[in-house]
Design a protein around this ligand. Structure first.
Ligand SMILES: [Zn+2]
Ligand SMILES: [Zn+2]
Length: 327
């Protein structure tokens, strides 16, 4: 995984401490989230550093630190791409799984590798009816007892195309609505992707918002409103335009991918982040990379070229899980 070593943040200059408390929370969150990137940065050294340089602020800082150490969000992309999608989000005490595009056994073992039990998942949430997102939903429900959150149209079309089998615990939501799992809010945003009733998601635990934005069709207008709110994002970065043009795919498939209902390119995704990501975005994880028309190196290079070092850029794998990404 690429490492991004943070520079000492500008917001942590001494004058910060004359700002309202929200400024301190932001500064500490920055430090907390970047502290694990180098072995020398840890909470103790943050406190020591603050104590040395700004002793007046120490008590206030420690109180703030205590408050923000408790809530966190953790995300693991178990797999992402046309061969299967499944993203795990732990937030607000809830354990959520977005999409069931890999086998139950794979999901179970990749979660177990990170100390999680698939049977503890509180909600399996399905984005759209395509096989790489929906194929395992019946198995996950029957074998592990997971409640499935899905729109009526997505379920109906998925059942026509895929043998999902009998499912017991279905909880419908409408595309465009926001629903809750525990105290966590899941905002759903309809997409122009070529599915029956596809959506993307913003997960909000009241402190952080993470976007799960794949199978977008194109960089549609609403994304420019969503991106600035996010603290972290999984974003589709499906193909490199030149690699796609030179790939062995039939022209009809190339046209589908490039169309306004297909998948967005590395350049589309990087331009979207460039114009719409706010300074509070802590990381982006590129997702749904094409096997034939992209490479992780090329995707990251395209993003780096447009975005510089504004935030760390990671890449979800087509055949394995990412390390846990924290907020
Ligand atoms: Zn897909
Ligand atoms: Zn799709």
């Amino acid at each position: 995984m690429p490492q991004h070593i943070p520079a000492w943040p500008n917001c942590l200059q001494p004058q910060t401490f004359s700002e309202p408390r929200s400024g301190l929370v932001r500064d500490f969150r920055y430090l907390q989230n970047n502290a694990n990137l180098t072995p020398t940065w840890n909470q103790k050294s943050i406190i020591t550093c603050l104590a040395t340089q700004w002793p007046v602020a120490l008590t206030d800082c420690l109180n703030q630190l205590k408050q923000i150490m408790i809530p966190y969000m953790e995300v693991i992309a178990l797999q992402s791409g046309s061969s299967g999608n499944c993203i795990y989000v732990e937030a607000g005490g809830m354990r959520l799984l977005f999409d069931a595009g890999i086998s139950g056994i794979q999901a179970e073992s990749r979660l177990a590798d990170h100390g999680r039990n698939i049977r503890d998942i509180d909600a399996l949430i399905i984005s759209h009816d395509h096989r790489d997102h929906a194929v395992g939903m019946g198995i996950y429900q029957r074998k592990y007892g997971l409640p499935i959150y899905v729109t009526r149209a997505t379920l109906a079309v998925a059942q026509q195309k895929i043998r999902l089998g009998k499912m017991n615990d279905i909880r419908h939501f409408d595309a465009g609505s926001t629903f809750s799992v525990g105290d966590v809010q899941i905002q759903t945003i309809p997409t122009p992707h070529d599915a029956a009733d596809g959506v993307v998601f913003v997960v909000d635990d009241g402190i952080h918002k993470v976007g799960i934005l794949t199978d977008l069709g194109h960089a549609f207008d609403e994304l420019d409103e969503i991106l600035p709110q996010l603290d972290a994002v999984f974003i589709e970065s499906n193909h490199d335009l030149e690699m796609l043009a030179g790939s062995f795919y039939p022209e009809s498939l190339k046209a589908r991918i490039r169309s306004s209902q297909g998948h967005i390119s590395n350049l589309d995704a990087a331009e979207l982040l460039q114009r719409a990501a706010s300074p509070k975005l802590q990381w982006a994880c590129l997702a749904h990379l094409s096997e034939e028309s992209n490479t992780p190196e090329l995707a990251i290079e395209t993003h780096r070229r447009l975005l510089g070092d504004r935030f760390p850029v990671y890449c979800a794998s087509r055949d394995s899980a990412t390390p846990p990404l924290r907020l």
